[in-house]
Design a protein around this ligand. Sequence first.
Ligand code: COA
Length: 263
Amino acid sequence: MAKAKTAKAAPGADRPGEVDIQVRPGYRRRGLGARLLAAAAEGLRADGRSSVIAQVLAGTPAVPFLESHGFECVLTLRGMLLRLDDVPAERVARLLAAAPAGYRLARWRGVVPDEHADALARAKHAMADFAEYEGTPWDAHRVREMAEIVAKRGDDLYTVAALSGGVIAGFTEVVVPAGCAGRAAQYDTAVLPEHRGRRLGIWVKAAMLRWLGEECPGVREIETDNSGDNAHMLAVNEELGFRLERESLEYQAAVSDLPASGR
Ligand SMILES: CC(C)(COP(=O)(O)OP(=O)(O)OC[C@H]1O[C@@H](n2cnc3c(N)ncnc32)[C@H](O)[C@@H]1OP(=O)(O)O)[C@@H](O)C(=O)NCCC(=O)NCCS
């Protein structure tokens, strides 16, 4: 009838716990959600967590539920979808032809070639603008490890990078599902701060679209989540043709503000 789960975060109580509460529609507004939250709070306290997050869809009962329990919205995520049939080949060709001066493209499938591994790790630091990446330093080992995890699942990681000398000034990653069909997932895209404002982001993404079209014609859609306050990334994706599918919100509360379980 109802369930709550608290995900055990990685070791280190400094990281927030995560809560996901589900009450079947026929049993709602009877206080079950609140009781489950109180029980989850007990687990979070026992685990030494000081804060908790919950991911919910905008416009659903979860929003007033969480707000009535002292949660605050800390992040808006826009789920965007690009239908490749809706992207005219001329658009991709035009964006690719507008190559920013002084850069060249490189691309690889799977684990990064050794010659680019350190440069990619440095470029990944450019993602640290966004809170979710804070505190997790990138190095060549971690970059390779992430690609190996994708490969172990049977999926393919495609990377396109813009190089300036030996430096990766910007890059974009897409994960293509096993069998090269259906919906691919946009992973990281970032441009180093000192290379921003030169349309490198849209250039590498256009190169990715052309490559996927050649390599994986079975891929029909690409999905991505963008932070609602990342205006530049949203503008790039809208120009490519991504459309808003759903909006999800990340809520956070201090565990000390959560209700105590009355047991
Ligand atoms: C969100 C959810 C868990 C709430 O469960 P619930 O058992 O209905 O919640 P409660 O009865 O304990 O509600 C507690 C308070 O939350 C608020 N609330 C809950 N649902 C609400 C709604 N649809 N509209 C307005 N306020 C609401 C009210 O303040 C309510 O108190 P009240 O009934 O005295 O006014 C339930 O709607 C659900 O399962 N939704 C789908 C799953 C989901 O989105 N989960 C993510 C949440 S972490």
